[in-house]
Design a protein around this ligand. Structure first.
Ligand code: TPP
Ligand code: MG
Length: 282
């Protein structure tokens, strides 16, 4: 198989958008997997970030705003041999899709979730999202009159087994974290700091370049309390890296009686089973 099996196509993003580095890094990570496009499913909701699946030559599914995760988990349930990767925005993942975020973490399906966190509703031209900075800290139209949400802390509290942050201005780091997230068995969240050059004039590439640093080489991602502490560090310094990783049974592993190592799509329907099943409801 050639090393350029996957490629990106023309996009409708603003020149200079932080999404480009995420797209190109994801394409290089997909090429490193040595899989065919038919073995990959890229899922999004609605938004600028969510358009990513339309720009890569793999299977794609665009759900409703905030509904990327249920679609991704459903596809994985039906066909566990698919590598399922969600790319969608902070508004989509943490705002409109907040409920799905919380409860799909608890399912621990073996999917990967890349959140392009530009701290803004980009597609609809700059309204505050749950991750926008508090108005008291940010004299801007796009500030949060509510308490800003820390998505990593929420994911840890909900029991996520892989919780990481990266930055679209550091492609080498992003590639490393993306690879680790895809390789992780279970739900993996990577919150990616992604400057929106059109509508977020505060959280720019310069802003992050000044603050972002990598977790120490000897940082151990096995301690959940420590991870909770480190992921709340946000201000003059912003750490990136894998905050937490743990082994836990996946959605499929917890239901061997259904999946039995064979994807549902490949399991033959047994003749006569449906009428029998329907009778149980009478
Ligand atoms: C149910 C529903 N509510 C609202 C919208 C309008 N809408 C479309 S995209 C979007 C915000 C997208 O923000 P985000 O998910 O952060 O993605 P970004 O564009 O910033 O990448 C909103 C509010 C919609 N399409 N559907
Ligand atoms: Mg956004």
């Amino acid at each position: 198989m050639k090393n350029n099996t996957f490629y990106s196509t023309e996009t409708a993003w603003c020149p200079g958008c932080g999404n480009f580095a995420i797209l190109e890094t994801l394409v290089s990570v997909l090429n490193s997997l040595k899989k065919e496009p038919r073995e990959i499913l890229l899922v999004g909701g609605i938004g600028q970030a969510a358009k990513l699946n339309q720009y890569v030559n793999a299977n794609g599914f665009s759900g409703l705003h905030g509904r990327a995760l249920p679609a991704a988990v459903a596809a994985k349930i039906a066909n566990e041999s698919l590598t399922v990767i969600v790319n969608t925005g902070d508004g989509d993942s943490y705002g409109e899709g907040g409920n799905h975020f919380l409860h799909n973490i608890r399912r621990n399906a073996d999917i990967t979730h890349f959140v392009h966190n530009n701290q803004i509703y980009g597609l609809t031209k700059g309204q505050p999202s749950p991750t926008s900075a508090a108005c008291s800290d940010l004299p801007s139209a796009a500030c949060n009159i509510n308490s800003p949400l820390n998505p990593l802390l929420l994911a840890l509290a909900a029991g996520a087994t892989f919780v990481a942050r990266s930055f679209s201005g550091n492609e080498a780091h992003l590639a490393r974290i993306m690879k680790a997230a895809v390789a992780h068995k279970g739900y993996a969240l990577v919150d990616i700091l992604q400057p929106c050059i059109s509508f977020n004039k505060v959280n720019t590439f310069a802003y992050y370049n000044e603050r972002v640093y990598e977790l120490e080489k000897d940082y151990k991602p096995s301690n959940r309390e420590k991870a909770m502490q480190r992921c709340t560090e946000w201000g003059k310094k912003i750490p990136i890296g894998i905050f937490y990783q743990a082994k836990a049974p996946t959605f499929h592993e917890r239901r061997p009686e259904i999946f039995n190592g064979t994807p549902l799509v490949d399991q033959a329907a047994k003749a006569g089973e449906l009428p029998k099943l329907l009778k149980t409801f009478l």
